[in-house]
Write a new protein. Structure first.
Length: 207
């Protein structure tokens, strides 16, 4: 999986994903999405080029999940849907995964559970040292991917927008996590910054 910063074009795309999900689930989705890019009936995005980029990213994310994921998704509330889209992003974008597991979780487990843009800049510098493609990114691109990733953390309530302190995800319905146990993606419990006792309790209840 190569490094790309294309997620910076649209963050989680929650509203946009929900708008075109009925089309994505149909067999003739490619033709219908092409029509949507031209006609803008659902997305309500002014620029056709922006609609095209948005659809492309949503399709990329859609491709890593199956029907059972979307059956689960449509029955969850907005907070949980955003978390599911974050899970999707971590599976699709290597850079976001590295940001999250090499920086965010590392900081969460440190004595100062907070993050600043420079933490991710250091990770980017390390990646650029071994990935020529990332090395060639402009400073603007690097700043954008960091900014959008941190915006996503705020959107899923992992990052306090004022203090930049990290916090674990609190979902009132613990059955939400049973999906990740079912599909054997326990790593996402770590991604939600859950403690070892929390994870143990969730896993025991799901079995």
């Amino acid at each position: 999986m190569s490094y790309t910063g294309s997620f910076a074009a649209g963050s989680l795309l929650h509203k946009e994903t929900n708008a075109i999900l009925p089309l994505l689930l149909l067999e003739q989705s490619d033709a219908l999405l092409k029509q949507e890019i031209q006609q803008n009936n659902l997305l309500k995005i002014n620029s056709e080029s922006a609609r095209k980029r948005t659809v492309m990213e949503i399709q990329k994310r859609f491709s890593v999940t199956n029907k059972s994921f979307w059956d689960f998704y449509v029955n969850r509330n907005e907070e949980e849907q955003k978390l599911l889209l974050f899970y999707q992003c971590l599976r699709v974008y290597r850079l976001m995964f590295d940001f999250h597991f090499n920086v965010t979780i590392k900081q969460w487990n440190s004595s100062t559970p907070e993050v600043e843009p420079y933490h991710y800049q250091m990770e980017l510098n390390e990646i650029a040292g071994r990935e020529d493609k990332v090395y060639k990114w402009t400073d603007l691109t690097k700043s954008k991917v960091i900014s959008v990733y941190m915006r996503i953390l705020k959107d899923i309530n992992i990052l306090d927008p004022k203090t930049y302190r990290l916090k674990s995800i609190t979902i009132s319905d613990e059955s939400f996590y049973s999906y990740f146990i079912k599909v054997k993606d326990l790593w996402f419990l770590d991604a939600c910054l859950l403690s070892a006792p929390q994870k143990k309790q969730i896993i025991e209840r799901a079995l």
